[in-house]
Design a protein around this ligand. Structure first.
Ligand SMILES: [Zn+2]
Length: 212
C-alpha cells in the first residue's frame, strides 16, 4: 500500500517522499501535503514541482522568478524551482479587485529555454534573484527587437498549461494550485498577452478552493 514519509532536510525545507508501504505515514503525509510542493518518488524521475491540489500557504517556493510583463506586479514570465530546477512559464489569468491575489496559468518549459532567456537578457542588465524584472535597455531598438523575438521563440516552446496557481503579485507566496482540467481549460485564451485573460476571479478562487 502506498504511503508518504516526511523528511525535514535543513537545506531544502520540508519535502514529502512518496514510497511504497506505510499507511500510518500516509495520514501524516497527506496532512502536510497541503502545505508544500510534493515530491513523488515512485518512479524516481519526476520533479518535485508537482503541485498538490487546493489551498495552501507556501512562501518563496521558487529560487528564481523572471518577470517579463508587469502591471503593478508581475503578470507573466518564468519561475524556476531551486530544488529540482524545473521551470514553468506563467501567464496571468485573472486577479482580485486589489490585483493582489493573482491567478496564473503554469506551463512546463525546458530549463534550457530559461537559461537561454537569462543569457539574452543579461546583455542589458545583471540578473538579481530571487526576483528579476529586467530593464530591457539595449544599445538600439533593433537589438531590443532581436532579443524580444528570440525570447518569444523560447517561450513558444513551452508545453500546454498544466496548473492553475494562485499567488501574490510577486509570486513570492503561493496561495493554492490545481491541475488544469478541460472545462477550465476552455476558459483560457489561445495566447496570453500579459493582462488578465478572464474577468471572473471567483470562478478561479473556487476552482482552486481558496477562501474568499
Ligand atoms: Zn522542483
Amino acid at each position: 500500500m502506498p504511503g508518504y514519509i516526511q523528511s525535514r532536510l535543513p537545506a531544502l525545507g520540508m519535502i514529502n517522499w512518496f514510497v511504497a508501504g506505510d499507511s500510518r505515514q500516509a495520514a501524516a503525509g497527506v496532512d502536510f501535503m497541503g502545505g508544500d510542493i510534493m515530491v513523488t518518488r515512485d518512479t524516481g524521475e519526476q520533479s518535485c514541482c508537482e503541485f498538490s491540489s487546493g489551498a495552501f500557504p507556501k512562501r518563496e517556493p521558487f529560487g528564481k522568478v523572471l518577470s517579463l510583463n508587469w502591471y503593478d506586479g508581475t503578470t507573466s514570465g518564468l519561475v524556476q524551482c531551486s530544488r529540482c530546477s524545473a521551470v514553468f512559464k506563467y501567464d496571468i489569468v485573472d486577479w482580485d479587485s486589489n490585483q493582489e491575489r493573482r491567478i496564473f496559468a503554469f506551463s512546463p518549459i525546458n530549463s534550457a529555454e530559461f537559461d537561454h532567456i537569462i543569457s539574452l537578457l543579461s546583455a542589458s542588465a545583471s540578473p538579481s534573484w530571487p526576483f528579476w524584472n529586467p530593464s530591457w535597455r539595449f544599445d538600439s531598438p533593433k537589438e531590443k527587437n532581436r532579443v524580444a523575438f528570440e525570447v518569444d521563440a523560447c517561450l513558444s516552446r513551452a508545453a500546454l498549461v498544466e496548473y492553475i496557481v494562485a499567488a501574490d503579485r510577486m509570486l513570492q507566496t503561493l496561495f493554492g494550485a490545481k491541475n488544469l482540467s478541460d472545462p477550465a481549460r476552455n476558459r483560457l485564451p489561445e495566447t496570453f498577452d500579459g493582462l488578465p485573460a478572464s474577468d471572473d476571479f471567483n470562478y478561479w478562487r473556487e476552482y482552486i478552493g481558496l477562501d474568499e
